[in-house]
Every structure is written in C-alpha cells, then in structure tokens.
Design a protein around this ligand. Structure first.
Ligand code: KG4
Ligand code: ZN
Length: 336
C-alpha cells in the first residue's frame, strides 16, 4: 500500500511517497528560501502562490523518484494544520482532488504531531509513549505523547518560537535568512559565556517557554542599553560571542524544560522534532541531559527534522485506526 503525502504549511512545497511499513520511497522538497530571502522572512501570499506553481512538478518528481505512477497510490495524506492558511489550502485542495479522482482514501496529519513522528520514522521502531519536544519556526511545545495518535499538550511558548528567535537574532546580527543555520555557524567561533542572557522560566515549575526577552537582551547588547531605534549596528567582532551566548541560552532552556517534562511525566523517552532540532549543539546538550535522566533520545536527521512530507507517515497510523478525512476537510492555522 503506497501513500502520497503533501506538505505546504509554510515555505517548503514537499511531497513524499511511503508505504504502510513506513519505508520512504521519495521525499522531495522544493524550497522557497530564495523567494523569501529578500523580505527577511516568509511572506504568506508569496508562499501560497509558489506552492500553486510548484506542487504538481514536485509530485511528478516524487513519483519519478519512487518509480511509481498515480495509479500505484492507495491513499493520499495531507498536512492540514497548523500553518499559513493560504499555503495549507493549496495542499489540502490538491489532496482532495487526488483522492476524489483516484477514488482512494484521504487522511489528514497535524504538522506539529508529524514533526514528532519524524523521530519515530528515524528510530525504525515504536517510541511511544514519550515526551515530545517540537522546536520549529512557528512552535515550541512539549507534549506527553501517549501514542502516535494521542498527544497531550504540556506547555508551549507564550511569545516567540525558538526558531523564530534564531531568525530574529540572525537578522539583528546581519546573518541573513533563514537564521538558524547561520547563527549555528557563527556560534562555533564564539564564547557562549561572553554574555549572560536570560533563561526565561528555567527555574520555574511550569513547562512553558518565552524567548522574546532573550531576543530583546541580544538587541540591547548590540545597540547599547535601552536603545532599540534605527537599523542594527554592525556587530563586528562581537558577532560570534553574541551568537554563541544566545544559542547557549536557548539550548539551556530547551534541555532544562525537556528534562523537567521527563521528570513530571515519569517517561523515559524524549522525541524531538522541528527545524531547530537540526542544531548540532542542541542535539549534543540533549544527549548529555538524557544520560543524566537515564532516558533515551530520538532526534531525526536534519532532512527529516526540518519541514518535509515524509513525516506525514503519521497518516499510516491514522489510516490503520480507520481515522479517514472527509472531503470537507479544512485548513486550520492553529494547533488545537
Ligand atoms: O520545522 P521547520 O522547518 O519549519 C516550521 O515548521 O517552522 O523550522 C524552521 C525553523 C526556522 O526558524 C529555522 O531558522 C530553524 O528552524 N532552524 C534552525 C536550524 N535549522 C533550521 N535553528 C537552529 N539551528 C539550526 N541548525
Ligand atoms: Zn515545521
């Protein structure tokens, strides 16, 4: 049984083909990074139009890579929430059209839950129940994942997402877009102890996050105390220390809150997903943390951690459970 999965929630047009044994036959991503770079961030209308142009060629490419035709597909999966609603609508409409014309079932997948499921895919074995940490451009959330299909939200960011903070700090430091990989590269040459940036909620007994104060602290360190007007000054030789100190503050909070979540739930497995999970320094910090917690860590490789359609293989679990989508399936911008 072959599934064709579509992901258009943000700025990657992605199509994957996998089977009911979770074998990935194709995982094709048409990135829009070059389109959005000059705006310094993703422009929703530009993203939606680009999905329209790229979706069918991306689908053709995925079928070619898998060595299949549409007639070999037995089920269509689509990420319908959360994300940019205009962008999501392109994928949802295409998925409905495919399912209707091929007379095959349609299954929806939640983008955030799929990010966690990517860790299950990479593990090659069941990892549930586990604590799930999603660290992406739009979300920073902790879940008690009872099964692949039952996620209980434990806490989330009250302002910026971790990836968003990376992108904003990259822009302040003149490192360009997308910010995460650029900050990580710059941080390699810096001293993480050069600046003592805030670690919001770290010592508090709650599983929420806040990164906007950290971003402001980096801004004041760059502009000078209390100044936030005008274009960012050139960070010059300070750039690497600012990047390293910022990155360390984010990582301390993510590892600290993940360890609190393991203790609170009594679970011994941590699955991490989302673009920020591609950060090597974060992975290393989490590896050290799980040893202290006598727990296991599951992090997908970078191509499965950042946005892709193979993680929609969560749909295989839904299909097995008989949880199919109807043709009034809607695109929803928020998680809940
Ligand atoms: O999951 P994702 O690909 O898309 C969303 O669902 O948002 O995550 C994108 C986010 C961006 O904010 C990007 O800067 C960040 O992930 N990111 C990273 C790294 N690679 C991507 N952040 C830190 N270090 C990285 N190596
Ligand atoms: Zn994502």
């Amino acid at each position: 049984m072959h599934f064709l999965a579509i992901e258009t929630s943000c700025d990657e047009t992605a199509v994957a083909i996998f089977d009911d044994q979770l074998r990935v036959l194709a995982n094709v991503i048409a990135s829009q990074v070059d389109l959005h770079r000059r705006f310094g961030g993703v422009v929703p209308e530009v993203a939606a139009r680009a999905h329209l142009q790229r979706l069918l060629p991306t689908m053709d490419e995925a079928l070619k890579v898998a060595g299949l035709t549409l007639l070999d597909i037995g089920c269509v999966a689509v990420m319908n929430s959360p994300g940019l609603v205009g962008a999501l609508l392109v994928g949802v409409s295409a998925a409905k059209m495919l399912a209707l014309s091929l007379e095959i079932p349609l299954v929806s997948a939640n983008h955030i839950e799929a990010h966690i499921y990517a860790a299950r895919m990479a593990a090659g074995r069941d990892i549930f129940p586990c604590v799930g940490l999603v660290v992406s451009g739009g979300h920073t959330s902790l879940f008690h994942c009872h099964t692949a299909l039952r996620f209980e939200l434990l806490g989330a960011t009250i302002d910026d997402a971790a990836g968003e903070a990376f992108d904003k700090v990259a822009s302040l430091l003149g490192l360009g877009f997308p910010g995460g990989p650029a900050v990580e590269r710059e941080a390699k040459n810096g001293n993480p102890k050069a600046h003592s940036f805030p670690r919001s909620f770290l010592k508090e007994n709650r599983l929420d996050f806040s990164f906007s104060g950290l971003k402001t602290a980096v801004m004041y360190a760059l502009y000078g105390p209390g100044i936030s007007q005008g274009p960012p000054p050139d960070a010059g030789p300070q750039r690497a220390d600012l990047a390293a100190s910022f990155q360390k503050a984010v990582i301390d909070v993510l590892a600290g809150k993940a360890s609190q979540a393991l203790r609170k739930t009594g679970l011994k497995r941590l699955a991490v997903g989302g673009g920020v999970a591609a950060n090597r320094a974060l992975r290393e910090a989490l590896e050290v943390m799980v040893i202290a917690e006598v727990a296991e860590l599951f992090v997908p490789p970078p191509d499965l951690a950042t946005d892709n359609a193979a993680m929609a293989a969560l749909a295989v679990e839904k299909w097995r459970a008989g949880d199919l989508a109807s043709f009034d399936l809607d695109a929803r911008p928020n998680y809940a």
